[in-house]
Design a protein around this ligand. Structure first.
Ligand code: B16
Ligand code: MG
Length: 214
């Protein structure tokens, strides 16, 4: 029986992808090109600097490392402006309730996100207290599909990886969980999230029975 749940943030608990898209698009437009919402899907779960490299490649633009740092910082300023206005109403359906349910049933909980802004987001939506450990882009250096973010989460909770269940909306995140020796619940579509032990449309569909049967 699993002992801990590790949650990705963007796409599982909140939908910050819309804000990332707005800020990245503003940057792309300033550089003279645009990209679509479909392309934006490819950036989910990918770190800030890796996302920028992908976007510059789409626009056929090349920049030095120093210029890339400046562009990433500029994008982040626009992004932070938007996320500091987030409210608890932006929590995805069933996410807070599921966190409360697992905590009430003595599971340990951790955040496992690529974002360096996770604390701001959790504070804005008012759910920081529901996590026993917070692991994000400030604590780890390797991007998903590397399992580092989830392994550090398991370590901080003091639970062996094979007793951890990861909730993830990105393919790279499912791969990270599996290569870390954990169970993975995909949030989204089964056709997309191949390799997950279970796929649900959202945390609203999760139950204790489904968790215990993994
Ligand atoms: P930041 P997750 C990821 O969050 C996002 O999905 C991804 O689009 C973003 O680039 C990344 O965080 C880094 O975010 O710029 O705030 O450090 O899905 O891992 O919770
Ligand atoms: Mg995600």
């Amino acid at each position: 029986k699993p002992k801990a749940c590790i949650f990705d943030l963007d796409g599982v608990i909140v939908d910050t992808a819309v804000y990332h898209y707005k800020a990245w698009r503003r940057l792309a437009n300033q550089l003279g090109f645009d990209f679509t919402e479909t392309q934006n899907e490819e950036l989910k779960g990918i770190s800030r600097i890796e996302s920028l490299k992908i976007i510059l490649n789409w626009g056929g633009v090349s920049k030095s490392d120093a210029e890339m740092q400046e562009l990433a910082t500029l994008k982040n300023e626009w992004y932070v402006e938007m996320i500091t206005k987030m409210t608890p109403r932006e929590i995805l359906p069933g996410a807070k309730e599921f966190l409360e349910l697992v905590k009430a049933n003595h599971y340990l909980t951790a955040l496992g996100s690529a974002s360096k802004n996770s604390e701001t987001i959790l504070r804005q939506v008012g759910i920081t207290h529901l996590f026993d450990a917070l692991v994000d882009g400030n604590k780890v250096s390797k991007s998903k599909p590397d399992p580092e973010v989830f392994l550090v989460g398991a370590q901080e909770l003091n639970v062996p990886p094979n007793q951890c269940v990861v909730f993830e909306d990105a393919i790279a995140g499912i791969q990270a969980a599996k290569s870390g020796g954990m169970k993975a619940v995909g949030i989204g579509k089964a056709e997309v999230l191949k390799g997950a032990d279970l796929v649900v449309a959202g945390l609203l569909e999760m139950t204790l029975a489904k968790l215990e049967n993994l």
